[in-house]
Design a protein around this ligand. Sequence first.
Ligand code: ATP
Ligand code: MG
Length: 569
Amino acid sequence: MSKHAILRMTKLYAPTLKETPSDQDIASAKLLVRAGMIRKEASGLYTFLPLGMRVLHKIQNIVREEMDSHEAQEVLMPFVQDAELWRRSGRWGVYGDEMMRLTDRHGNEFCLGPTHEEVITDLVQNELRSYKDLPRNLYHIQLKFRDERRPRFGLLRSREFIMKDAYSFDADEAGLDASYALMRDAYVNITERMGLRYRVVEADTGEIGGSGSEEFMVLADTGEAEIAYCECGYAADVEAASGKAHPTVYAADSMEKVATPGVHTIAELAEFLKCDESATVKAFSGKDAEGTVWVLFVPGDHEVNELKASQLISGFEPLTDEEMQESGLVKGSMGPVGLPAGVKIAADSSLAEVPAWVVGANEDGFHYVGAKLGHDFTVDTWGELCEIAEGDSCPVCGKPLELARGIEVGQIFKLGTKYSAAMDATYMAEDGTEKPFVMGCYGWGVSRSLAAAVEQCHDEDGIIWPAAIAPAEVVVIPLSMGDDLVEPAANELAEKLAEAGFEVVIDDRDARAGFKFADADLIGWPVQVVLGKRGLKNGEVEVKRRAEGEKVPVALDDVVDAVAKALKA
Ligand code: ATP
Ligand code: MG
């Protein structure tokens, strides 16, 4: 291991703050500002200070190593892009307000690059000429600018940010599949090497289009995305996730009309009948593309997923209160028995296993219990209609699904020929014909993943950096600078740790112990080595893992081993 220069707190530009900044809305941003790692310049624009830069470099190095070892090659494309390219791909007119446009002194139009598909396609189209030149994968780590409608959450949704984007060029779909698999593998390694808990989620291909896409989600309670996942590896955005609900059965011999005065919600109904919400059935009304009115039924402990409803019933849209009234539906008491003529019924497949339902009686203040499926009513269409809830069965293995929130740190796409065809970027195929490149694109939010790490790894005292991306690995804290035992011992120990290959910082400030401890916890060095007069007299120091918070006495001679162990834990 090579020796790293020892960082000294007396020299570092790491201005920590006691007060929480009032203009930040999320833990990672507050902590990164307080820990002296970033500063806000303007809405969505940030400066990285030296400690933030150190973390940024570590993430970039991990990303670079994984790209290089997975057959991608680094380039650097300009941040400012010619509008002409965007006109050729057809996106100049459609990209919208997120694109920051500008005009140079000659009246030529440009934009600040929000992404680089156009530039890369233009780059390779005259140089990758033959199928023999393929596959190729090029990446760069570069600023992006997106004029987000609401920049917020610090580095998680900024306007200027740092992205690693890679683009693969293949001759055919099979080649793309192989390039995509390599990038997926690299992304798994990046997330794991960063020390983060994450899930890989099947994604909607959205506006970019293409045939397949996955998102890498770092788990954090504050994440914007809600995901359902299973220990078998299945994971999906809650909106798109499938699964099976587990309704229960309310015991009743035959259908009976029950007066339920004042009952309008499922909670009130379950309370009234003294049963679980899963033993009741929830109704939801809407209309299809032709205007036919539908009532959808799902287990009472679930919500209707409108996306799924529109997949089952073409053009499905919820009814307004007025439309419900016009259709003769009774809000808060809809049920499959005695609906107005012409109203159709759809139900979640899980209800097919419930022989008798607890449902509204289409009459204010009344419900039916024991309404028998196939006897008292029938269902026109069955399908998946539920919003996934915790404990629903996994569609792959049947085990219970769990829910979590996540932050998207990366997304990989099989683009296909969307850009190459639009920009006429072709190669000479083996049969002598000109064919458009089959492309993939792979984005990793370098600055966002830095903040996502903080979002996942912090406590009320500060950041808890995973060792692989910490600004330094170990801080040496002498409790009394100037003391002729403590100060030299601290310098010596820092030197010894640096010799052993660790990244060391020494808090050589002439300050109170409590102040130094607070800063060390706030900045989040993974390991702290504390030197006090009393301990040193016995040849001892204290070692603390930031993640655990407990100080353990260690003999001076064993410190290198103890630090190594603490960093691995
Ligand atoms: P989002 O849905 O969060 O707006 P996106 O899907 O538009 O992101 P991509 O175009 O897939 O983002 O960009 C690749 C990566 O760049 C994202 O996975 C994310 O890590 C990062 N990224 C995108 N927008 C921002 C932003 N405003 N600030 C910081 N990082 C961003
Ligand atoms: Mg995305």
